[in-house]
Design a binder for this molecule. Structure first.
Ligand code: AMP
Ligand code: TRP
Length: 332
């Protein structure tokens, strides 16, 4: 059986990278797989979160997912902290995964920065919690943006080591599902850095909640180069900003990069940017309207999350019980 698990952190605004790299693909996959989508609040607190802001973000992300087209009846949508089995399996994985594996994780190095000694232990162990998220449900496929590929490899290594240490064939090795177009949406001010929630400049990203004017302004100010747009993807060499903006267009308009290059090759950036702003607004506006409608009724969002957590707990319980048996914990 194929089962999908994916997660998104409730830390600040959802942005176009989250949408194009992950959420949009989740919406498409929900027809073909059994899916669990998780607002990973326990991952969020690996770096400091203001409690009130965290609560608001959890509901906002849930609303954003529903507004983008995730059907919470057909899928399981929940927040991680409400299914304690994630933390329990993560502890077991803390004892399976090796220090050397975690030392190689580039996201930790980026997030911890120079002051490693001062990073939380949770930030370091973060990938083990992520492995637990996935394997707790024996998920087989994990749709993510490219930045999560290394964490997925660690989850596979952990599953494999668990199976071989305990001489069982218990956990499947989960496969990443990374889609070609817009798997890595870059920063609007610097085409060599990824678009992220944590960049200090709001002009570096397009938030899902930005209105059409804000989107147009950010796109107008986005970094470019003086050449006209290339007429094939081969022309992206040394032009990260052109690659990024045309990639975003391809994602939003559901075209291939070749098609976008054919359409805009030879045009100046200025004309293209206007079209890009229009397509971005046409995709984002209906999602924003729906998000606003949902957020006006937080109790309804909570009801969706409560129902999702209940169903997730029911799926997780027998799997965690089996893990306990395999490890040798007594269940008196
Ligand atoms: P996060 O915001 O880190 O919780 O990420 C949630 C999902 O969005 C993950 O699947 C990420 O891989 C994806 N994602 C985050 N930033 C980007 C980006 N700049 N480009 C493409 N995908 C992204
Ligand atoms: N680490 C992921 C990110 O920052 C979020 C995440 C947590 C996740 N658990 C997951 C993604 C499980 C996929 C599967 O984007």
């Amino acid at each position: 059986m194929n089962r999908i698990f994916s997660g998104v952190q409730p830390t600040g605004n959802l942005h176009l990278g989250n949408y194009l790299g992950a959420i949009r693909n989740w919406v498409r996959l929900q027809n073909d797989y059994e899916c669990l989508f998780c607002v990973v609040d326990m991952h969020a607190i690996t770096v400091w979160q203001e409690p009130k802001q965290l609560s608001a973000s959890i509901r906002e992300v849930a609303a954003g997912l529903i507004a983008a087209g995730i059907d919470p009846k057909r899928n399981i949508l929940f927040n991680q902290s409400q299914v304690p089995a994630h933390a329990e399996l993560a502890w077991i994985f803390n004892c399976v995964a090796r220090l050397g594996w975690l030392n190689r994780m580039t996201q930790f190095k980026e997030k911890a920065g120079k002051d490693r000694e001062n990073a939380s232990v949770g930030l370091y162990a973060y990938p083990n919690l992520m492995s637990a998220d996935i394997l707790l449900y024996k998920a087989t496929h994990v749709p993510v943006g490219e930045d999560q590929k290394q964490h997925l490899e660690l989850a596979r290594d952990t599953a494999q080591k668990f199976n071989s240490d305990y001489k069982v064939d218990f956990f499947p090795l989960p496969k990443p599902l990374i889609f070609d177009t817009a798997a890595r949406v870059m920063n609007l001010r610097d085409g060599t850095k990824k678009m992220s929630k944590s960049d200090a400049s709001d002009f570096s990203r397009i938030n899902m909640t930005d209105d059409a004017d804000a989107v147009a302004k950010k796109i107008r100010k986005a970094k470019t180069d003086p050449e006209p747009l290339p007429s094939s993807p081969a022309g992206f060499e040394g032009r990260p900003e052109a690659a990024n903006l045309m990639g975003i267009y391809a994602g939003l308009a559901d075209l291939t990069l070749d098609e976008v290059c054919t359409r805009f090759g030879g045009s100046p950036f200025s004309a293209f940017k206007q079209e890009l702003a229009d397509v971005a607004a046409s995709v984002l506006t209906p999602i924003q309207d729906e998000m606003r409608r949902l957020l006006a009724d937080p109790a309804a969002i909570d009801a969706v999350l409560r129902d999702g957590a209940e169903r997730a707990r029911a799926l997780a319980a027998p799997i965690l019980r089996e893990v306990h048996d395999i490890v040798g914990f007594v269940r008196p």
